[in-house]
Design a binder for this molecule. Structure first.
Ligand code: UD1
Ligand code: MG
Length: 465
């Protein structure tokens, strides 16, 4: 075949039309999450860095859902394959959308951890003229297409497991499902495929024997490791890949100095940036974008999503944080819940069973037990008593509570918003406050205590008939 003058033009086809029967799920297989992102997104995030001129995703089973998931992605186009008649038939659907130059890289939507370096190596091995197959040696090759070679060790064909002879089934060198080929040749080859085989499918792998017959060179490129070529077909395989991936993330953090109590009990489902001397106890889950500054300590079993925790803050066990900022030196938990818009200043203390939502707490404010602060502005050094809440919702609208500096709110108070407590105010325990509480004064709003003279406690008598 002629050397391609424009070998640099790269097209990518990601096959994602298969049913994923063994997942036993209504969700299409390629949309199942691994470390917080769908399998398909992992593949597309990798391909995004390869400089391809076009990326085509072949959809079929639950196509609309898969297409919706890729809608916002640049230079990704979905092409439907209906019905799904095999991997060769899948690539046939891409043919009208492929140019006549350069190289096409075929990947699988359910092989999420393929690495950019491997994909590049495969494209380089193709070099615009050869058919390059990504292969791996597996101790148990059952189910895979076997790489069949001649005595000179040249690749002659791929034979699918179901079509393989006993001798071929003994081959451990298998096709991973990923290849790179000169685009113009690939287009012709896939359109010439036939389905005379055990599965009555159009096998993409039959292009290998075609290449050999036509004198197109075929090269096998071994994958660097097993993890990047493992596919997901079942919940068990998905969980296995998840653990492998989490292990990598945990190791990278530990390399950077983060102290994980147990790397096997750590989950990162987004980005996690850590300063120096950060320690994370077992069973924590980090989602979205999380930043932990120097000397932050995270206790066991915390779930932290889209949050910034400033230097020296301590998050005690079983705390749930989402969309919040925790100031330097703050103490949060155990069993605290910070919801979106919780902004805690330096040295704030939020204790057990305290919920904070859309509220700002200034330096040194404390709510140590059993409290709710919603839509509140809380001043410095405020002490918010056990069992006290802001009643921020009138059934239709949310209202704000504004608490000045140095306010003490006793236990079991209800602050009915909108309401303001002036600087230095003290609110007596058990008060329901729905009018402004003046600065510097004790405000009490509860029934007066009385002792009833001459009252006699009832005695047990005969039951009435
Ligand atoms: C395929 C290879 C096999 C290889 C194995 C690696 C073929 C014929 N066989 O087999 O040599 O060892 O992968 O995992 O290619 N798909 C479609 N449309 C279809 C059929 C499949 O888009 O009509 C997609 C699937 O969603 C999947 C990929 O193609 O992402 C592979 O399909 P699958 O059915 O898993 O092929 P295997 O039988 O595993
Ligand atoms: Mg498969």
């Amino acid at each position: 075949m002629d050397a391609n003058p424009n070998a640099a033009a790269l097209s990518i086809v990601v096959m994602a039309a298969g049913k994923g029967t063994r997942m036993k799920s209504a969700l299409p297989k390629v949309l199942h999450p691994l470390a917080g992102r769908s399998l398909l997104h992992h593949v597309l995030a990798t391909t995004a860095g390869l400089g391809a001129s076009s990326t085509i995703v072949i959809t079929g089973h639950e196509a609309a859902q898969v297409e919706a998931a890729t809608q916002s992605m640049e230079r990704v186009r979905c092409v439907r394959q209906q019905p799904q008649l095999g991997t060769g038939h899948a690539v046939q659907q891409a043919v009208p959308h492929l140019g006549d130059e350069g190289v096409t890289l075929i990947l699988n939507g359910d092989v999420p951890l393929i690495e950019a370096a491997t994909a590049r190596a495969l494209v380089a091995a193709c070099g615009g003229t050869k058919l390059a197959l990504l292969t791996i040696e597996l101790p148990d090759a059952a189910g895979y297409g076997r790489i069949v070679r001649n005595v000179k060790q040249e690749v002659r064909a791929i034979v699918e497991h179901k079509d393989a002879s006993e001798a071929q089934r003994a081959i451990r060198d298998v096709y991973t499902g990923m290849l790179a080929a000169p685009t113009a040749w690939l287009k012709r080859a896939v359109m010439a495929l036939e389905n005379r085989n055990a599965q009555k499918e159009f096998y993409l792998t039959d292009i290998v024997a075609m290449a050999v017959a036509e004198g197109v060179a075929v090269v096998a490129t071994p994958a660097a490791g097993e993890t990047e070529v493992l596919g997901v077909n079942s919940p068990l395989q998905l969980a296995d890949l998840e653990r492998r991936y989490q292990k990598r993330l945990a190791e990278a953090l530990m390399e950077a100095g983060v102290r994980l109590a147990d790397p096997a009990r750590f989950d990162q489902r987004g980005t996690l940036q850590c300063g120096q001397d950060v320690s994370i106890d077992v069973g924590c889950v980090f989602e979205g974008d999380v930043t932990l500054a120097d000397n932050v300590r995270i206790g066991a079993h915390c779930v932290i999503r889209d949050a910034r925790i400033d230097a020296g803050a301590v998050i005690h066990p079983f705390t749930h944080i989402e969309g919040a900022t925790v100031g330097a030196g703050a103490l949060v938990g155990p069993y605290a819940r910070l919801r979106p818009g919780a902004l805690l200043g330096a040295d704030v203390h939020i204790g057990n069973f305290v919920e904070v939502k859309n509220s700002t707490l200034a330096r040194g404010a404390k709510a140590n037990h059993l409290a709710y602060l919603g839509d509140a502005t809380v001043g410095e050094r405020v002490n918010f008593g056990a069992g006290s809440i802001t009643a921020n919702y009138d059934g239709a609208n949310k209202h704000r509570t504004v608490i000045g500096n140095d306010v003490h709110v006793g236990s079991n108070c209800v602050l009915v918003a909108p309401v303001t407590l002036g600087d230095g105010a003290t609110i007596g325990g058990g008060s329901t406050i729905n009018k402004p509480a003046p600065a510097g004064k004790l405000t009490v709003a509860r029934a007066k205590q009385v002792a009833i003279e001459g009252w006699v406690r009832p005695k047990k008598g005969k039951p009435a008939d």
